[in-house]
Ligand binder design. Structure first.
Ligand SMILES: Cc1cc2nc3c(=O)[nH]c(=O)nc-3n(C[C@H](O)[C@H](O)[C@H](O)COP(=O)(O)OP(=O)(O)OC[C@H]3O[C@@H](n4cnc5c(N)ncnc54)[C@H](O)[C@@H]3O)c2cc1C
Ligand code: SF4
Ligand code: SF4
Length: 529
């Protein structure tokens, strides 16, 4: 048998594999897809976009990502870190191409099929990326789903954390509208533990998913922290995102090295602060914030004071005056635990009239006391079976940042989907520890021929001018135009392809007929000269 694949056209979509009745074909997984926590296939959508089929490309994204705008705007793009093209020059701009598609291609009318009703009822606490993704997956499986959230709308941190200069409100709203369209019951403005009891919720549903994120800002626990002029990062960002009145001084100091700290600094700048500085324990390349976030903050004129830790808050006549810091020698202890050590002889005094503390977040789980569910914690750590996402209590699952700690939108989505697979098995009375099918069959792309790369550099993403950027909440990245997007998509080297697997073939042809790009051709012996 000879299956000929045109590599430039192959999407590695798996259709031929599905249609082959003799199991003669295996489709490889490209490195970009293997690195995507929710299995999006960048090779497929880049190839379709390069072929001038943007609507098909976006439909391909929807197969794995029901909220593609959130990812097109703010995903931290782990796929690009593994893209083979990085070995030639720079990775394909996979995330920005997704952004182009969500902005310019036609979104499918019904991107998600709701499953046949099972009569099983699942409650989800938290309408952030983890809860929303779990809700979609559970609806696809036919279960009734009700989401509870304290906020007035869906999005979680995408609503109250991520600033609008990264993620416009319209994009978030357009994505979260899917929940209405697929019949997810949504109870907003409803805090579990205050407006509805947790034990009551457990009784009313066949399973409950906790996806409450990490919305409590940790404290420095030093004197002066409760005084005027000191804010916590999460409350600050939440107030700005919800259009509440909030003022900052001319000199703003932010403590912390994560996304909340860096975004707080950038937001303070946009609210009128003239001198914004960040103080963190880590070296610059060890800061937990996304690298692009740190780079852009520095471009905007924000000063980084790395390897310093706050020792005391300075007051003058009862008012905030600044912070006294000591040099941080190392952040982590031998077992990788957070154990900063300091050289108290090296000191730095920084003045400020507003101090924003953003040194880490944890989940607010006081509501678990109702129903004795506090047992799901071992000390301060939430215990879940990492395979099933079930907690120590039967029928109670957890997902997202509350399990992993502060993470990312795409990882929270992946965790929500994983929990949904187990919840489905649980409410149907099935074994929850069955191996996920995808991982069992994964065949990674082999060595990629780097000489195949067409030589042109990664397309530059244009940004609004620096003055507008620093003085407004306008979206920073303006997005690609069509010609640039198509050219960038064509930088993809199509690393994976369909592979001949066994040696017997009936030449029945569905693989060739169903291939969406006519990439596959069967060379039937008596037809080949
Ligand atoms: C400032 C900031 C910037 C970020 N930037 C990015 C970025 O650019 N890219 C990226 O990928 N990630 C980013 N992240 C991380 C990302 O937003 C989170 O990892 C992700 O939102 C976590 O999803 P989640 O569903 O687990 O939790 P969340 O998004 O936190 O959602 C939890 C939800 O639970 C609700 N809830 C909590 N307790 C209760 C209760 N008792 N009753 C009812 N509802 C409750 C909350 O109101 C919230 O809506 C950022 C985070 C922050 C804070
Ligand atoms: S070159 Fe294309 S297929 Fe290969 S890893 Fe990069 S985006 Fe994926
Ligand atoms: S050969 Fe065609 S059907 Fe098979 S993976 Fe490639 S594009 Fe998909």
């Amino acid at each position: 048998m000879s299956i000929a694949i045109d590599r430039d056209r192959c999407l590695a979509c798996g259709v031929c594999e599905e249609y082959c009745v003799l199991d003669n074909i295996r489709v490889q997984v490209p490195p970009c897809r293997a690195a995507c926590p929710i299995n999006i296939n960048p090779q497929a959508y880049c190839t379709l976009l390069a072929m001038d089929r943007p609507d098909d490309a976006l439909e391909m994204i929807y197969k794995d990502a029901p909220f593609p705008r959130l990812l097109g705007y703010v995903c931290h793009a782990p796929c690009e870190g593994e893209c083979s093209r990085r070995l030639v020059d720079e990775p394909v701009a996979i995330k920005e191409l997704k952004r182009f598609l969500v902005d310019h291609a036609a979104h499918p009318a019904d991107p998600v099929n709701v499953g046949w009703p099972t009569g099983r009822r699942v409650a989800i606490i938290g309408a952030g990326p983890a809860g929303m993704m779990a809700a979609v997956s559970l609806r696809q499986m036919g279960h009734e789903v009700t989401i509870y959230d304290s906020l007035h709308e869906a999005g979680g941190m995408a609503l109250v954390g991520i600033p609008r200069f990264h993620l416009p409100e319209a994009a978030r709203k357009a994505d979260t509208a899917l929940l209405d369209r697929i019949g997810v019951a949504q109870k907003y403005g409803t805090t579990v533990g205050t407006d509805i009891g947790f034990a009551d919720l457990r009784k009313r549903y066949d399973a409950v998913l906790l996806a409450v994120g990490t919305h409590v800002e940790e404290r420095l626990n030093i004197e002066g922290e409760q005084g005027a002029g000191v804010l916590d990062g999460l409350s600050f960002l939440r107030a700005v995102n919800l259009d509440k009145e909030i003022e900052v001084g001319r000199k703003v100091l932010v403590i912390g090295g994560g996304n909340v700290a860096v975004d707080s600094a950038r937001v303070a700048l946009r609210l009128g602060a003239r001198d914004v500085q960040i103080v963190c324990l880590e070296k610059r390349d060890e800061m937990p914030a996304f690298r692009s976030e740190v780079r852009e903050a520095v471009e905007e004129g924000i000063t980084l004071n790395c390897t310093w830790g706050p020792e005391s808050i300075l007051l003058e006549k009862g008012n905030l005056a600044g912070v006294e810091c000591t040099r941080c020698i190392s952040v982590w202890g031998s077992g990788g635990t957070f154990q900063p050590t300091f050289d108290i002889n090296q000191r730095l005094t920084l003045s400020a009239d507003t101090l924003i503390v953003a040194i880490g977040q944890s989940p607010d789980v006081a509501f678990l006391a109702d129903g004795n569910a506090r047992d799901i914690f071992k000390g301060n750590a939430l215990w879940v079976n990492t395979f099933t996402m079930e907690t120590r209590l039967k029928g109670l699952f957890a997902a997202g940042d509350m399990v992993s700690g502060p993470s990312s939108v795409v990882e929270a989505m992946a965790s929500g989907r994983k929990a949904a697979v187990s919840i489905d098995r649980y409410v149907r009375g099935q074994n929850m520890t069955l191996e996920p099918i995808r991982e069992a069959r994964q065949l990674l792309a082999g060595e990629v021929d780097l000489t195949r790369a067409r030589r042109y550099p990664r397309a530059v993403m244009h940004q609004i001018d620096m003055k507008t950027r620093k003085n407004s909440f306008a979206l920073i990245n303006t997005g690609y135009d069509k010609a640039t997007a198509q050219q960038e998509a064509d930088r993809c080297m199509r690393c994976a392809k369909a592979m001949e697997y066994y040696n017997e073939c009936w030449y029945c042809l569905p693989c060739e007929i169903e291939c969406p790009t006519e990439a596959l051709r069967l060379e039937i012996p008596f037809l080949v000269s």
